[in-house]
Ligand binder design. Structure first.
Ligand SMILES: [Mg+2]
Length: 231
């Protein structure tokens, strides 16, 4: 009779999306946020002038509403509808993004999966925007779950939420090695907040000085340089 061994994974790797898994994914994400605000408030708002890099979609929408002259109280009231609308709008018109994968993908995800590493997402994207983007990029199936932009106030909280979920669902053991990979200083800070190893990749738009200043445990040119032994 076969003996079945139930083994918890010894590693969890949390991935940011924009600039880490995909880049140059086109104007659709930005357009979805802008059109959502227009649809919900009737006011033309823009992401121009908002430092969206490494920022949560929920925060971006809040800043857009404020910049459009909407009061904070009204912004809080319309935010849920705007987030819903943005996610609906993003479901159509996004092209095939398989040629927008960052270097080393999807090979590295395949290799990590084969080694039994649990992969999940920690991203500022709203849930249905993030999943649809990864579906169009052909890599959604590698990720067990995600912590997304509307789920917590900060990226650090999202990272903690992802770690807790992996433990709660019994995907990893208590001594599992946990790593967060991202392209922005806010990813590095989030890893620190959650008490996990941080790896910064230079495939986004952050200047190297900014990444170095944030103090990642490791700074890589891109994911092709990832040594699988350290995650
Ligand atoms: Mg990013």
């Amino acid at each position: 009779m076969d003996r079945v061994l139930w083994e918890l994974s010894s590693s969890l790797v949390l991935f940011d999306i924009d600039g880490t898994l995909t880049r140059g994914a086109g104007p659709h994400h930005r357009a979805a946020l802008e059109n959502a605000v227009l649809q919900v408030t009737g006011i033309a708002a823009t992401t121009d002038g908002i430092p969206v890099h490494g920022m949560l979609d929920r925060v971006i929408l809040t800043l857009m509403l404020r910049a459009a002259g909407i009061s904070d109280a009204e912004a809080q009231r319309v935010l849920p509808a705007a987030m819903d609308a943005a996610q609906d709008l993003y479901q159509t018109g996004v092209p095939d993004l398989r040629d927008k994968l960052c270097p080393g993908l999807p090979a590295i995800l395949e290799e990590l999966t084969q080694r039994g590493v649990v992969l999940a997402l920690v991203t500022g994207n709203l849930t249905r925007i993030g999943w649809h983007k990864l579906l169009r990029a052909g890599i959604g199936h590698y990720f067990r779950f995600g912590a997304f932009g509307e789920m917590a106030p900060t990226r650090g909280d999202l990272a903690k939420m992802a770690v807790e979920r992996a433990r709660r669902e019994g995907l990893i053991g208590s001594d599992a090695r946990i790593t967060l990979i991202g392209d922005a200083a806010s990813d590095i800070q989030a890893a620190r907040d959650a008490g996990v190893q941080s790896i910064a990749v230079r495939t986004g738009i952050a200047p190297i000085e900014e990444l170095v200043a944030a103090g990642p445990d490791l700074l890589l040119e891109d994911l092709t340089r990832l040594d699988l032994a350290i995650v």
